[in-house]
Design a protein around this ligand. Structure first.
Ligand SMILES: [Zn+2]
Length: 461
């Protein structure tokens, strides 16, 4: 008792306790003990820098269970691993070594990563030891170790043999900064201030004469990739006259929008367009307009009006324009309209490859297209709004949907099974099951497993 300090100093005392645990092999897994086995499958922490408070929080919770089970007489199998084949690790190495993986050969970058990880790993693992996480650190694995790579590759091959995998050119979620495909789970929501832009586009060969279709978009930069404009075939659409002259015909300018939209536009647009005063001169059922072509500005060719379930006369102008790809709604629209050919306009660096905005990224192209539309007299109103966009969780960049060739694991047909399997587990706390269930119900894509990166498990093809 005499050598106990009056003040407890963890910096002095904890190393002694750790050393004792280590010498006694307290956390050592003994497969021959004959005790009932209690294995814990830890999610290996991502080597992305130093341990953070979130790690400390979640690993402590697991550790309470491990220690409790040991005390209850179980043989706890609790190995420790690091997840270091991910994008986070690639980013870390690029930052630490001030390199860009894409500017190096794959071989050089991979060997730089492996060397750097060997340097980083001991200190990283030490953080877990310092926190007294009671793993058996002698059973160590790393997700980039050859054995783990081999396991992943074997799993790839067996899924392929089961017909669960396929490779195809499909719209995928893509991060233009990380320059890689990402999975749905790697996205998060972020609020952006932007403008909803109301645009007019000339309708061709209308027996009633010159008229413009009115639609709104937050992504006007995608005009060169426009593939369609949809309406509700059962809805009522109106031809309206404005109190101003159409510069082309020197007669009253005329717009086409849903009848419900007319009243809304009258009140909401009054301030911006004082000479609007929309007067209805004709009404149609949406279906009567189907097939009439619209000269969408900057589009590759005129696109016909089509019916689509997403177009509702009570929303906006009742007309919706679709591009490849303005977002998930466009991807889904394309699957409902298989007759329409995609017009890919963006490459894998997030750069436009077609039309007047070739060479630009989305941000620059958006500014330029709005200036151009304004000059052409086709931008009728800009409405400031806050809206939620999907961003890549790692870098907070707005994601894009582009068509690339990727490998997918078929999972959408397993949605009901996934939920059923989830029901068979015990969840603590219970509401986490509902979170899981919502995730499974919300799955919209098969699982894209390929990435455009240097450091990772090579696909065995
Ligand atoms: Zn990113």
């Amino acid at each position: 008792m005499a050598d106990l300090d009056t003040r407890y100093n963890p910096k002095l005392e904890e190393p002694k306790i750790r050393e004792f645990w280590e010498q006694q092999g307290v956390f050592k897994f003994n497969p021959k003990s004959g005790k009932p086995l209690y294995p814990i499958d830890t999610p290996p922490p991502t080597v992305s820098g130093k341990m953070h408070i979130g790690h400390a929080f979640s690993y402590s919770q697991q550790d309470f269970i491990a220690r409790y089970k040991r005390m209850r007489g179980f043989e706890v199998f609790y190995p420790f691993g690091t997840d270091d084949n991910g994008l986070a690790t690639e980013r870390l190495i690029e930052r630490l070594k001030n390199v860009r993986s894409k500017h190096m050969t794959r071989k050089d970058f991979v060997s730089l990563c492996l060397r750097t990880l060997d340097d980083l790993r001991p200190a990283f693992v030490q953080d877990w030891k310092n926190l007294a996480i009671s793993c058996d650190y002698s059973i160590f694995y790393s997700t980039i170790h050859p054995r783990c790579q081999k396991l992943s590759q074997q799993s790839f091959i067996s899924l392929y043999n089961d017909g669960r995998e396929y490779r195809r050119k499909a719209p995928i979620i893509f991060c233009p900064v990380c320059k890689t495909a990402i999975a749905q789970v790697e996205m998060e929501d972020s609020e952006r201030t932007s403008t909803l832009n109301y645009i007019k586009a000339k309708v061709e060969e209308l027996p009633e004469g010159n008229a413009y279709a009115i639609y709104a978009t937050t992504r006007p930069e995608l005009h060169p990739g426009c593939v369609g404009i949809s309406l509700d075939k059962e809805g009522t659409y109106a031809l309206v006259e404005l109190n101003r002259l159409d510069p082309e015909t020197q007669q009253a300018e005329r717009w086409i929008l849903s009848k419900e939209g007319v009243e809304k536009f009258k009140s909401e647009f009054k301030k911006d367009i004082p000479d609007m005063n929309l007067r209805i001169v004709k009404e149609w059922k949406g279906r009567e307009l189907i097939g009439k072509k619209v000269q969408i500005p900057f589009a590759q060719h005129p696109v016909p009006f089509s019916h689509d379930e997403s177009a509702k006369t009570e929303y906006g102008s009742g007309l919706v324009y679709y591009c490849t790809y303005g977002g998930l709604d466009c991807v889904e629209w394309m699957t409902r309209h298989p007759e329409v050919q995609a017009i890919p306009i963006m490459d894998e660096s997030g750069t436009y490859t077609l039309g007047p905005y070739k060479g630009m990224n989305s941000g620059d192209a958006r500014k330029k297209v709005l200036e151009d539309l304004e000059k052409m007299g086709l931008l009728i109103k800009k409405e400031h709004l806050k809206h939620v966009v999907n961003v890549h969780e790692r870098c907070a960049t707005d994601i894009e949907y582009i068509a690339t060739t990727q490998w997918f694991i078929r999972i959408l047909d397993l949605r009901e099974d996934l939920i059923q399997w989830g029901r068979e587990l015990k969840w603590y706390p219970q509401f986490m099951f509902h979170r899981y269930e919502n995730w499974a119900k919300g799955l919209k894509w098969d699982w894209c497993i390929s990435r455009q990166r240097h450091f990772g498990v090579p696909i065995p093809v």
